[in-house]
Design a protein around this ligand. Sequence first.
Ligand SMILES: [Zn+2]
Length: 465
Amino acid sequence: MALRFSNTLTHQTEEFVSGDNTVRMYTCGPTVYSYAHIGNFRSFTFYDILRRWLRLRGFKLDHVMNITDVDDKIIRNAVAEKKSLVDYTAIYEKAFLEDCAALRLERPERLVRATEHIPEMAAAIRKLADHSYTYRSDGSIYYSIAKFPEYGKLSHSDFSGMRSGARVDVDEYEKADARDFVLWKAPKDGEPFWDTDLGPGRPGWHIECSVMAIQYLGDTLDIHAGGIDLVFPHHENEIAQSEALTGKPFARFWMHAEFLLVEGQKMSKSLGNFFTLRDILAQGYQPETVRYLLASVPYRKALNFTFDGLKSAATSIERLRNYKLRLETARFLEQPAGAMLERTALAQKEFDESLDDDLNTAQALAAVFEYVRETNTLMDAGEFPAAAAQPALALLDRFDSLFDVLHPAAKGGALSDQEIEARIATRNQAKKSKDFAGADRIRQELLEQGVILEDTRDGVRWKRK
Ligand SMILES: [Zn+2]
């Protein structure tokens, strides 16, 4: 079966292809007004899994993600703290990138800041005005949704009975408040603004994404993704703006990650179940444990984030790491491997097909764990053939090029001398049992953690980079 994704726009699961093998993808990034919470990171982890699977399936990526560094909340907080927008957002942008690195989220090919594209946004608003999609009121410019009859096609809502001319000024609002939305906001007293030929003001949140997506990726994206809470109004508004600007469909595929609950409840500060990634790491959990839990539930299912779930994620990772170590170091008997090689190929097929099926990560994990269970049993019985070890490790490699949890995070930035010596001992063991690929892998892992090995006549020497 071919690679297929569920498309919010059509309500269908559709085969994903790309004419020139490059995926032009836009994902909505963070609004850097505070530390990102674990619900935000569900979406960002989904983008990462999507990226990695597309690449494993042979696509090239051109992925753009925005950093929203001007909006209602940012202005409110920056003004309250008497900071400039740049000084205020720099703190949270840095924190966001650190959190992403901890979760091993790949950097998109381009990260773009809204405030660095103000002239382009003003030009787009000017063009919308020239084509009569806008009107002015009190110095602000609004998009008239009555001028775009397809408004509502993404959220599958019918807004045709709406009163023309009713407006909404805030960046975020509910469906019941569907109104003409603001493109350019006149500054209130004391608020920062940009001077453009539209008059003093700043862009609304929605126009940012349309303008930056089209600027870098062209009129029609292959994929536009975000959290489910962005379908309305944000993505509906992006479509209205973009398609009015270009006359072309804005994105072929719209993909949305479902909500995250905490211990079965909606996350909220008043319930005391509101967690940033930092809150969770401060409790002693490893970032890769959080990554595993966030990635393990298919993106279109609501994810119930629990501390029990984190503990079992840690156990699952430990189990896989032990299994990998066993493959790398145990001595297996020379015996016919044909059946085992077939079993390994089947596990990989199940893994791949699960992910091709709209990124069904839960099913992909089930395929791997069933394989691990069966082969561990064979190893216990001395019936695992030596020639099957390398293919089994290759399966784990494929698993890890997506899930990326098998390498332990360096504690405090670096491995201890003891940990390094232990890895070298494991590698010596592997070499003794002629498992040269296993030995190379350990060398490579240590190198990735900044440790260089040197094989000498007197044994192995090591140094830090
Ligand atoms: Zn957006």
